[in-house]
Design a protein. Structure first.
Length: 461
């Protein structure tokens, strides 16, 4: 049954998915040590040697050697109990291996506790799941005139909390109710300090609402979503297998979200740097959305909705998107294309494709898009995922972004970056770091180049 996921280790992204889980296989029974030879109690052994003074020294020596042999067999059997090895302190590699295995065993027990805390079975067919993530990093930004340094929420994948209620009916249909909200963009300036006002707000308000929706699935057809949530083309430019999207994605401006751009003479403007790096991806609205079931790897979705969280936006939004995925000889590919109608605002056509080779970990991602008034961009990324450490995979990536007419007053923008992400599987954590360079070409005014370094961690449950 689907609620057995509460007994197993489940990624946060899977918790918000439809009910496709199956019961985990039962593992073998634990091994118990049961020696096939007698163990002589210590007290009886002392009595035996005391009372045997009449025996010859050679006999005593033989008995002593025999007893030592028995005890050595017992020690070996105990050392191998449960197929576990005793680390040799003089061998650092063995010590690391055994410590890692023991650490994983302890984390399994901790994960069982976390699953108990985050999952509740309300009835025979209903599961309640509390999920979320905390994603905080140290950002250092420099535009040549001022240095900005602060610990803040990573806007590449903002901190959030959510609640999902899932139930299935006897006719095969299922219903998912999902509520999710972002955490306010609170930040704390470092010792370096800064006078940059990045517009972040630490107050809870309706703009932080990400999802408040219901999703009803129909077997052999698809599912219908109603409420605040993703439009059909939301995420269409984000197909990426690199494992570094927590800190490096095609929305390259998210790393420095809220920081204003400066002119080449040092004058601060009222426009954020991120505004010059669009990715022409759809958003979340109050909408009605239909998703088809995939057929041969191909699926489609359509939606229509309104913006209710931002004052003064009376547009009607409509999206349509197609998605495709396949795998051949260990090489997986995913891609999609979508069009978004945005009422009085410019519409856009955008999409992406990504591939991953399972055997080498090599991967790539390409995203592109344009709006109806001439703005366009292209983004490319290459990466590799390796199992360097037992704690989890290590991902490396390098990317490049280039746009044309991204915003009024700018003829283009460019950015390149490198990133590394280390996963800690047992703790549901990622440690990451990135360097990114920004350059904006002004149509009339000239803008200052800038660079950023972001180091942080994401914990999810």
């Amino acid at each position: 049954m689907f609620w057995t996921r509460c007994k197993t280790k489940t990624a946060w992204s899977e918790l918000a998915s439809p009910l496709y889980a199956t019961p985990p296989p039962k593992g073998p029974a634990t091994h118990e040590f049961s020696p096939n030879y007698p163990i002589i109690p210590l007290q009886k052994r002392v009595k035996f040697f005391t009372a045997s003074s009449a025996l010859t020294n050679s006999v005593k020596l033989k008995l002593l050697l025999g007893l030592m042999l028995v005890l050595s067999h017992v020690a070996v059997a105990q050392a191998n109990e449960g197929d576990k090895k005793i680390a040799d302190p003089s061998d650092s590699q063995n010590w690391s291996q055994n410590w890692s295995e023991g650490w994983k065993d302890r984390q399994k027990a901790l994960n069982a506790t976390k699953q108990w805390l985050t999952h509740r079975q309300l009835s025979e067919h209903t599961l309640l799941t509390f999920y979320g993530q905390v994603n905080v990093g140290q950002l250092d930004y420099d535009d040549g005139f001022e240095h900005y340094s602060a610990v803040r929420n990573n806007q590449n994948s903002t901190s959030r909390i959510g609640l999902t209620a899932e139930t299935e009916f006897d006719n095969g249909r299922s219903l998912v109710l999902n509520f999710e909200a972002a955490v306010p963009k609170t930040e704390k300036n470092s010792a370096v300090g800064s006078n940059i006002d990045n517009g972040n707000d630490d107050q809870w308000d309706k703009s932080l609402l990400r999802k408040a929706e219901g999703r009803l699935s129909f077997p052999q057809v698809g599912f219908v979503s109603v409420g605040q949530g993703s439009m059909a083309a939301d995420g269409i430019t984000g197909f990426d297998f690199s494992g570094t999207t927590v800190v490096a994605a095609n929305s390259v401006g998210d790393t420095i979200s809220g920081i204003p751009v400066r002119l080449a003479d040092g004058t601060k403007t009222n426009t954020d740097v991120s505004d010059f790096y669009p990715n022409y991806d759809a958003s979340r609205r109050l909408r009605v959305r239909f998703d088809s079931l995939p057929s041969g790897g191909l699926s489609w979705a359509a939606s229509v909705g309104r913006e209710v969280l931002t004052a003064g936006d009376d547009n009607t939004y409509a999206d349509i998107a197609v998605r495709y995925e396949t795998k051949w000889r260990g090489f997986g590919v995913k891609g999609g294309l979508g069009y978004a109608y945005n009422g009085d605002s410019p519409g856009f056509l955008s999409g992406s494709v990504a591939g991953l080779d399972d055997s080498t970990g090599l991967n790539f991602a390409i995203a592109t898009g344009g709006n109806t008034i001439g703005g366009k961009y292209i983004y490319g990324k290459v990466g590799i995922i390796r199992n360097i450490f037992r704690l989890g995979t290590t991902a490396f990536s390098a990317d490049y972004y280039k746009s044309s007419s991204p915003l009024g007053g700018a003829s283009g923008s460019r950015s390149w970056g490198v990133a590394i992400v280390q996963k800690l599987d047992a703790q549901s954590m990622e440690i990451y770091a990135t360097y990114r360079d920004y350059s904006i070409d002004g149509a009339i005014l000239q803008y200052a180049d800038s660079k950023a370094i972001l180091v942080g961690t994401r914990f999810s449950w």
